[in-house]
Design a protein around this ligand. Structure first.
Ligand SMILES: [Zn+2]
Length: 81
């Protein structure tokens, strides 16, 4: 019996949100645009090691950035969505 084609489907690995980047996400950037979102709302971007700085800066200069945490840590947060 050949089991070669019965490998488990791999879970979708979250990818970096940077344009054109397909690297695995390592960081979660939580942000909020006060013009669009209520204060406790959190939008999230994902970032690889390479783009964390760039994406953080993009959100930071606009005053949107609230939190930067590792993806593994983010997923343990009960309120993550
Ligand atoms: Zn990236």
């Amino acid at each position: 019996m050949n089991l070669a084609n019965l490998s488990e489907p791999s879970p979708a690995t979250p990818q970096c949100s940077a344009k054109g980047c397909r690297a695995d996400a390592v960081w979660v950037l939580a942000w909020n645009n006060p013009k669009l979102h209520t204060p406790d709302r959190r939008k999230t971007w994902l970032a690889c090691e390479e783009h964390r700085e760039h994406l953080s800066q993009f959100l930071g200069v606009r005053g949107f950035l609230k939190d930067v945490v590792r993806l593994a840590e983010w997923e343990t947060r009960p309120e993550a969505d």
